[in-house]
Design a protein around this ligand. Structure first.
Ligand SMILES: Nc1nc2c(ncn2[C@@H]2O[C@H](COP(=O)(O)OP(=O)(O)O)[C@@H](O)[C@H]2O)c(=O)[nH]1
Ligand SMILES: [Mg+2]
Ligand SMILES: [Zn+2]
Length: 303
């Protein structure tokens, strides 16, 4: 029998599928037939069932999008077919603005809405510093929502942002992602144990992405939890894609002296002029230079 299933967890080359509209549907262990493909959590796949709880992936339903990081030829799929990515930061431990910036670039190039969650705002002596760091991002067009995973009224406010959507939750470890998932999805622990027991006999329970079906504000929604990350390579993008994802640079494009200006060191560069006049934050321009340096490095290493 052939069915369409959604991949809700993967670990290495093992996948778990479930019908996409029923949180209580049983978990089907999936193997990829033929050439190994880079399936991602959130993918819809055509499956031939070989038993009650096993099946073979025959083909993939075309994706609306795929969010992934990459270094050289190593690709790490985080999620497919998502409506938005929520990047979790915290007041403590301090979060990496570099990783936040990279996740935002990736969302921008992939044309996925990104929102920033500042968790642990109950930590009174750290909240001002975190707010100061994040104050730049609303000026670029990104909404920042403050919350505390330990406060139920704050978590219930969050559900209105998630209702009816498929959201990839990402963040460094320690930011409170698991606490948020547990507050949002009361039986998340049970589901996780169930997934681990089918997928990999309980090992490495925190190292794979998983998708949770949930109902927020009466609307069917999904949350994809991803493993904590400490780097975020974007070898897949071109210089031009990165330039256009620097949203505050975009209004100045076309005004530089050289039409192929890299906006790094050229004379009469409209982007550099805007920075010197205080319209572009120097930390963002330095961030942009680091991204381009890393692309140069990938290019040189490829030969
Ligand atoms: N004060 C405070 N601590 C939190 C909050 N959310 C999470 N934590 C704590 O931060 C630590 C890391 O949380 P965890 O959910 O494991 O983070 P993860 O690594 O992102 O999954 C734990 O000790 C949590 O209890 C919060 O809103 N306020
Ligand atoms: Mg965790
Ligand atoms: Zn320029």
């Amino acid at each position: 029998m052939s069915v369409v299933l959604q991949i809700i967890a993967n670990f290495g080359h093992q996948f778990l599928g479930q019908t996409s509209d029923n949180a209580e549907a049983s978990l089907i262990q999936l193997v990829a037939r033929g050439k190994k493909q880079g399936y991602a959590v959130g993918d819809l796949v055509n499956v031939t069932l070989t038993s009650d709880n096993q099946g073979a992936i025959e083909s993939i339903v075309p994706r609306t999008n795929l969010f992934y990081r990459s270094e050289f030829n190593k690709q790490k799929n985080l999620a497919a077919n998502i409506d938005q990515v929520a990047i979790v930061c915290a007041t403590e431990p301090a979060f990496s603005e570099e990783l936040l910036g990279r996740a935002l670039i990736c969302a921008q190039v992939t044309d996925i809405k990104a929102i920033i969650l500042l968790n642990k705002v109950d930590v009174a002596d750290k909240v001002d510093a975190a707010r100061a760091t994040l104050s730049l991002y609303p000026t670029l067009g990104y909404d920042v929502y403050e919350l505390s995973a330990h406060k139920s009224e704050s978590v219930s406010k969050l559900t209105s942002l998630l209702a009816g959507k498929s959201t990839l939750l990402m963040g460094q470890s320690g930011m409170g992602k698991s606490s948020l998932i547990n507050a949002l999805i009361p039986d998340a622990n049970i589901k996780t144990r169930e997934i681990s027991s089918v997928l990999n006999s309980g090992k490495h329970t925190t190292t794979f992405s998983r998708l949770y079906h949930c109902t927020f504000d009466g609307q069917s929604s999904t949350i994809i939890d991803s493993p904590g990350f400490e780097n975020f390579g974007m070898a897949q993008f071109s210089v031009s894609q990165i330039q256009h994802a620097m949203l505050e640079f975009v209004p100045y494009f076309g005004q530089c002296k050289f039409h192929n200006c890299s906006h790094r060191h050229e004379p009469q560069c409209a982007v550099l002029n805007a920075m010197n006049e205080g319209h572009i934050h120097p930390t963002r321009h330095a961030f942009y230079e680091r991204l381009l340096e890393q692309l140069d490095y990938y290019d040189r290493a490829a030969y």
